[in-house]
Design a protein around this ligand. Structure first.
Ligand code: GLA
Length: 661
């Protein structure tokens, strides 16, 4: 295990981004040195897409150019997060190893021309990746510029080729033990899918109609494990030469190809890339959503925002500008929630290549631009926050998040196409964010006792262990809100029999769901408390719970819609329909308030987001962001690290980092 902390090395928080000097000339490098100094850049990620330059032919390395850049950066006082370039194999690799190119579910083998074109199960790819990682580590382990290692970039390329099929079968053998167990787990008696030999088992390739749900979820689990094995291989190759921190950057918020809880345990520092897809206050909420997930994957430890943009990325079908002040607000939004800095993709906007209009710290217009001025101001702000390094954030509310449940909710054959794992997760987090309650994400099987409120927005798949854990959480005094369609299947993706959700959880909720009743697209319901709902309903009966709100329309009129059960020392709530946004937010806010939860800094208007970072020695800092259009007077003036003086009033859109007494 590494003993080096990135922030010790940097002497504070990190500011900078991906730096691709190979796209530029000597005059630009000179300007880069000067502009990085002006912007307070202290860390750049180098080499992410440099494989073709580093290894121009198989086995022949060309490191001189990288030596020169690392020397230059070191002389300029900029540390380097040195990447392995394995996300983008060079053209020679593709030609020499066509069988290592990924195959789509339809059987199309992809060719060179973009990036991320490789198969993680192909021995030639794995060997080439391990070799270049090892060669880089051997050469640069002792280079004074190098502060950490960055394996690959945003692992996510799925493949359905024969290498993958063979690896999938090995994984299945390991997980299920025997073919009989596999047949049983996947329910292959349905549609004549019974496998008589392992060779008959295929990855979920294109097929005539719905595929098998058990196979689909097992393939997702397999792919995540395969990816983790590929990561470990590179990490260990680096570790053989260096004891600096090693990481890989997770892609957030909406991609779901990896079990990031498992990855969080293997990296030295969790790093995320986060590109909000909406402008304005939605981007701020999205920033908190990404940051809280990162901190949770890191087990509460500090983590690092590895990439963000100076624009939003693809808000639907276009990139939208970040409005003045957003670059600072989003950066501090991440720092508030535990990031050890704010990095960007990328330093200088490329003039050519696939992402030539992707935003950057130095835009095409150059340094005489709003974007660079805001970037430099943000760098200066981050530079004043050194004392926050190593401090952490303590949340008392959690939203349950499990990759198995996410993958399971993507299978075909579910009762409604409106079921949306990621949307439900965001909505739950957003309701808590709107209530200004700092929130973790938690796995359903982890110890939940530190949380006063746990929300389970979309636990379609729930293991026996998870159901027992949630029951114990309520019994021990917690407040749990479980939402529709939860606990419907077990870890094999088989339906729970005898009533939903999974039996031990049902006891804590004091209800039994008999029937799922999705609603027509235009149907709207009014519940007995006046709140409106749509999209989904359930026929349930109480078994100990009290009805808080009942259905009033149609077949379900008079039956429970929202229930509450006093169980042990806690309370289990069950919501069986999809409330409209306002009613849902009000419910979550009321549960949070009843559980004694509120903003980290009390006494501020709702427009102000406040998060407290705490050091092990008792020091605390409040990060404030005013999302409103009015100035806010602070309850008492405090020392603001951003201005270096006392602060009594927070401007509209303004940020502060206050030293707490
Ligand atoms: C990711 C990648 C970068 C870049 C950005 C674009 O985060 O890591 O290389 O493609 O997306 O938003």
């Amino acid at each position: 295990m590494t003993t080096h902390r990135l922030t010790d090395r940097l002497g504070g928080l990190a500011f900078g981004g991906d730096y691709n000097p190979e796209q530029w000339d000597a005059a630009t490098w000179k300007e880069d040195d000067e502009l990085m100094h002006r912007a307070g850049v202290n860390l750049v990620t180098v080499g992410v897409f440099s494989w073709a330059l580093l290894e121009p032919e198989e086995g022949r390395y060309a490191f001189d150019w990288l030596d020169a850049h690392l020397d230059r950066l070191h002389a300029a006082g900029v540390a380097v997060d040195l990447a392995t370039p394995t996300a983008s194999p060079p053209p020679w690799f593709t030609l020499a190893h066509p069988e290592a190119m990924p195959v789509t579910p339809e059987g199309v083998r992809l060719t060179h021309g973009s990036r991320d074109t490789y198969c993680l199960a192909a021995p030639a790819y794995r060997e080439a990746a391990r070799r270049i990682a090892s060669a880089l580590a051997e050469r640069y382990a002792d280079h004074p510029a190098v502060a950490m290692w960055h394996v690959h970039n945003e692992y996510a390329t799925l493949c359905h080729c024969e290498h993958t099929a063979a690896a999938f079968r090995d994984w299945l053998r390991e997980r299920h033990g025997s073919l009989d167990a596999l047949n049983e787990a996947w329910g292959t008696a349905f549609w004549s899918q019974r496998y008589g030999s392992w060779e008959q088992v295929q990855p979920p390739r294109a097929t005539q109609w719905h595929g098998n749900p058990g196979r689909s979820v097992d393939f997702s689990r397999f792919f995540s494990d395969l990816t983790l094995a590929a990561y470990r291989e590179q990490r260990d190759a680096i570790r053989a030469h260096s004891d600096l921190p090693v990481t890989t950057n997770f892609m957030l918020p909406g991609y779901q190809t990896l079990d990031l809880w498992a990855f969080g345990r293997e990296v030295d520092l969790v790093a995320i890339d986060h590109y909000p897809c909406a402008p304005g206050v939605d981007a701020a909420a999205d920033t908190a959503f990404g940051a809280d997930r990162a901190r949770s994957f890191a087990g509460g430890r500090p983590w690092l925002l590895m990439e963000q943009g100076t624009n939003t990325v693809y808000a639907g079908d276009r990139t939208l500008p970040k409005e003045p002040g957003d670059i600072l607000r989003h950066s501090l939004g991440h720092v508030a929630r535990g990031s050890e800095g704010a990095l960007f993709f990328q330093w200088r906007q490329s003039r050519a290549g696939a992402e030539f209009f992707h935003s950057a710290l130095v835009p095409h217009a150059g340094a005489d631009s709003r974007v660079f001025r805001e970037a430099a101001a943000t760098g200066a702000a981050v530079g004043r926050l050194a004392e926050l390094a190593g401090s952490t954030v303590h949340a008392r509310a959690a939203v349950l998040h499990d990759s198995d449940a996410w993958w399971a909710m993507n299978v075909n054959g579910l009762p409604s196409a409106e079921l949306d794992y990621h949307g439900s997760l965001r909505r739950a987090h957003r309701a808590l964010w709107d209530a200004r309650v700092t929130t973790d994400f938690a796995h359903p099987e982890q110890d939940l006792s530190r949380y006063r409120l746990v929300v389970a927005p979309a636990l379609f798949l729930l293991s026996d262990a998870g159901a027992a854990n949630l029951r114990a959480y309520v019994e021990g005094g917690g407040t749990l809100l479980v939402q529709p369609f939860s606990g419907a299947v077990d870890e094999r993706v088989q339906a729970r029999l005898g009533g939903y959700p999974a039996a031990p959880l049902r006891e804590a909720l004091g209800i039994r769901v008999e029937e799922y009743r999705p609603l027509a697209a235009d149907a709207e319901l009014t519940l007995s408390d006046g709140s409106r709902a749509r999209s989904w309903s359930e026929s349930l009966r109480t078994e100990g719970a009290e009805t808080v709100a009942a259905y009033t329309d149609g077949t379900l009129a008079g039956l429970p819609a929202l229930t509450r059960h006093a169980f042990g020392a806690g309370h289990g709530w069950y919501l069986s329909t999809r409330l409209d946004d306002a009613a849902y937010a009000a419910l979550v806010a009321a549960l949070a308030a009843a559980a004694g939860l509120g903003p980290d800094v009390p006494g501020l208007p709702a427009a102000v987001e406040s998060v407290t970072r705490r050091a092990g020695d008792g020091r605390r800092w409040h990060v404030l962001i005013n999302h409103g259009s009015d100035p806010v007077t602070l309850p008492e003036p405090a020392h603001d690290l951003l201005t270096g003086g006392p602060l009594a009033e927070l401007a509209p859109g303004g940020c502060a980092v206050l030293r707490a007494h």
